[in-house]
Design a binder for this molecule. Sequence first.
Ligand SMILES: Nc1nc2c(ncn2[C@@H]2O[C@H](COP(=O)(O)OP(=O)(O)OP(=O)(O)O)[C@@H](O)[C@H]2O)c(=O)[nH]1
Ligand SMILES: [Mg+2]
Ligand SMILES: [Zn+2]
Length: 292
Amino acid sequence: MTDLYRVSSTQKTTATLINCDDHSKIKAFFARKMKPICGDVVEIEASKSAYVIKKIQKRFNSFCRADNRGRKQHMAANVDQIMIVMAVEPFPTRDILNRYLVTAEHEDIEPILIFNKSDIDSKVFISIINQYEQLGYNVFKTSKDEVASINDIKPLLKDKTTVIVGQSGVGKSSITRVMMPSVVLKTGKLSDKTGKGAHTTSVTQMYYDEPLNANIIDSPGVWEYGLWIMTPHEIAGGFREFQDYLGQCKFSNCTHIHEPQCAIMQAVKDNKIRENRYHSFLRIVDSMKYWA
Ligand SMILES: Nc1nc2c(ncn2[C@@H]2O[C@H](COP(=O)(O)OP(=O)(O)OP(=O)(O)O)[C@@H](O)[C@H]2O)c(=O)[nH]1
Ligand SMILES: [Mg+2]
Ligand SMILES: [Zn+2]
């Protein structure tokens, strides 16, 4: 049997791989059309002087985003969980959390919500934290210097592969560093001019942490997170509390936007679905026009 490896990071035609059993690292070449991504499980072949990736095993899911034409772009493969990091500064853009959640539900990735930099303001996120806890999500409020607040997350990472995402400068690498001190990561400052992150992490990379027997995938921050082309039906599938009502609309192809006797719209009227989540759903559906 050949050894299995997971892709830690990729360069143009080479990838850094981590052995699935002993976690040793090697570099291997791959054919350009192969397109391995971080987290892929690969089979390799040793030629005279180098390792070559021979096969990528089927991905059970992947964390994706839109490329600049609205096509689905795969960023990290075979992930159990997604840690969505938001912060007091830079403040989350509208709908960014719900867009990440649409991807998570769509790809069957368990979300963990982190509200970081509570040292700057501990109150701004109170109502949003309550709301998402009520929806059944795992939510944490953290500050990088309050180690206990971050250590609370650690048990969730054990034996799992977790991708950590969020805007540039929210503290993804800082939090990872506290959770996994053995992993060496760069962290950066926010720009004085714009208050945005400076894109300190420049490539998506998977790290293995021995104490937790866990993989963490640190990704470069984005300013905005865009969903690839999706139907209203697919977007509605990303809103957990809509699930009880889907299938109860008068029309089986209801988009939940304007149709009569729509179960989702009725649930909003009855205060069973929060209006702010429904409006976010409408804006996300509307944003798909951008790709038309
Ligand atoms: N006040 C405060 N600052 C923090 C906290 N966490 C991170 N920072 C600071 O925020 C800045 C950005 O942190 P990073 O960890 O590099 O952020 P990132 O999300 O990895 O950013 P990218 O790699 O650009 O995507 C650094 O100056 C950190 O010191 C926090 O809890 N409180
Ligand atoms: Mg970073
Ligand atoms: Zn409907």
